[in-house]
Ligand binder design. Sequence first.
Ligand SMILES: NC(=O)c1ccc[n+]([C@@H]2O[C@H](COP(=O)([O-])OP(=O)(O)OC[C@H]3O[C@@H](n4cnc5c(N)ncnc54)[C@H](O)[C@@H]3O)[C@@H](O)[C@H]2O)c1
Ligand SMILES: O=P(O)(O)OC[C@@H](O)[C@@H](O)[C@H](O)[C@H](O)CO
Length: 481
Amino acid sequence: MNISNIKTKNNNAEKILQFGEGNFLRAFVDWMINRLNETGSFDGSVVVVQPLENGMVEKLNEQNGLYTVILKGIENGNEVYNSEVVSSISRGVNPYKNFDEYEKLSFSENLKIIISNTTEAGIYFDETEKLEDKPQKSYVGKLTALLYKRFKHFNGDLERGFYIIPCELIEKNGEKLRETILKYAHHWNLGDEFINWLLNANIFYNSLVDRIVPGFPKDNHKEVCDYLGYEDDLIVECEPFHLWVIEGPKKIKEVLPFEKCNLNVLVVDDLTPYRTRKVRILNGAHTLMVPVAMLSKLETVRESVEDELIGRYVKETIFDEIVPVIDLPENELKEFSYAVLERFKNPFIKHYLSSIALNSISKFETRVLPTLIEYRNNKGFLPKNIVFSLASLILFYKGKGLDGSEIKLNDSDFVLDFFNDVWKDYSGDEKSLEDVAKKVLMNKDFWKMDLTKIEGLTKFVAENMKNILKLGIREALSNLR
Ligand SMILES: NC(=O)c1ccc[n+]([C@@H]2O[C@H](COP(=O)([O-])OP(=O)(O)OC[C@H]3O[C@@H](n4cnc5c(N)ncnc54)[C@H](O)[C@@H]3O)[C@@H](O)[C@H]2O)c1
Ligand SMILES: O=P(O)(O)OC[C@@H](O)[C@@H](O)[C@H](O)[C@H](O)CO
C-alpha cells in the first residue's frame, strides 16, 4: 500500500506559500503546521513551490502531498522513535513546468505567509534576470515578480501583503531577503508605489532554525517502509529537538499560534543572543572537536562525546570556556548545553566528523574564535582547551594524521595552498614549528585579524603543537594545564 491511500488529503485553505521542498522544511515547518492543524488552531495548508528546475514536487504530488516524518533520538533521557504522517502540504508547484499554475499564486486571497529555505546559496541578486522571465532563475527574482504581480492585481491594497519568514542559515536572513528584493525592484524599475507597498504591506522576519535532519533513510528505506506498513518515498528522519526563533512583530503569534501545541517556537525582539548561543555552543563544539577527535582517529560526533577523554574535553570546553562569555542567563545556557550534548549522543544519527570538517578554517573563525577573543578579554588569560583545538587544527591541515596516514582536507583552494606551502617549509625542529604557528596565526584572510597580536597566543599554540607531536594527541590532551 502507498501512503497516498492511507490518509485523506486535508482540504484546508492554502495560507502558506513555501519556496523549497527539501528535507529540512518538510521535517520542520511543515511538520509544525501539521501539529497546528491537529489542534485546530490554524486550519491552513502549505502550497510548495520548487525553486529549482529539478526537485521533489512531482513525487510529492504523486503521494498526494503526504509523507512521513520520523523523530529519532533521546529526549529527557528517554529513547524516542515516533512516526507521523504529515498532511499539511496541499500540493507542489513546479514553475518551470506549470508556469500558469504558479503565476495564479500571486492572486490568491487566502495566502498570508511566505516561508523559504533555499540553502545559504539561495538568496542572491542576478542582474541578468527579467520581470518577464517565466520563471526567473533565482528564488528572490521569482519572489519579487510574484509580489509585483500581487501588488498590481490588488491595486496596492495594504491588506494583501505577507508575513515573510525565511529560514536560510544566513545572518539577518529577513533583512537580506528584503534588501535583495529591493535591488530587483530598482533594477526592474518597478516604481516607488510598489516599493512603498513592499515595505509597508509586508513584514520581513529574521529567523533562526535548529534541528538536525539527516533526511531520507537511504540505507534501510525498505526496512522502514515494512515497519510503517506502507510505501513512502519521501520519508524524512530527524531528531526530536527543534527550535525556531523568529525576530520581529509579535503579530505572527496570532497567525501561527505555535504555543497552542507546545512547539519550541520563540518570537523575540532580537534573535542575536539565540544565534550566538547556537553558533558558539552547538556549531562551535562541533568545529572545535573535529581536529582533536579526528587526530585521535574517531569518526563520528557520537563516538567523540562518548569517548572518556575527548568527551570530557568537549564538555569542559562548552561549560568552562564557551558558556561564560555568552551574554544570556547562565541557567538557559547550561540547559541548552546539556541538550546539545544529549543531541550529540543521539544513537540513531551517524554524524561524521569529516562532513563537519568541511571549510574548518572559516568555521573556526566564525564559530570558535570569537569565544577565544572574548574569553581572553574578560578573564585576562587564554582558554586552554580552545587553544589546544587551534593547535590541533593547524596540525590537521598538514593533511596527515599523527601516524602519517592521509587526511582528506576539504576547504577552499586558497586555504589548502597556504597550508601546503607552510608545511613544506617545516624542518622538524621546534623553531620551525613556531614559525608554522606564527604564519598561520598572522593570516588575516583566515581570521580577519592578525592573531599573533594576541599576547601569548603564538607561544601557547606552538607549545601545544610540540606536545601533540611529541606525546600524541591523547597524552598531550591528558597533560593539558
Ligand atoms: N539538514 C539539516 O540537518 C539542517 C539543519 C538546519 C539547517 N539546515 C539548512 O537547511 C538547508 C537545506 O537543507 P535540506 O536538508 O532541506 O537540503 P535539501 O537538499 O533536502 O533541500 C534543499 C532545498 O534548497 C533548494 N535549493 C538548493 N539550492 C538552491 C538555489 N541555489 N536556489 C534556490 N533554491 C535552492 C532546493 O530546491 C531544495 O528545495 C541547508 O542549507 C542547511 O544548511 C539543514
Ligand atoms: O551544516 P554545516 O556544515 O554548516 O555545520 C555542521 C553542523 O555544525 C551543523 O549541520 C549542525 O548540525 C546544524 O546547524 C544543527 O542545526
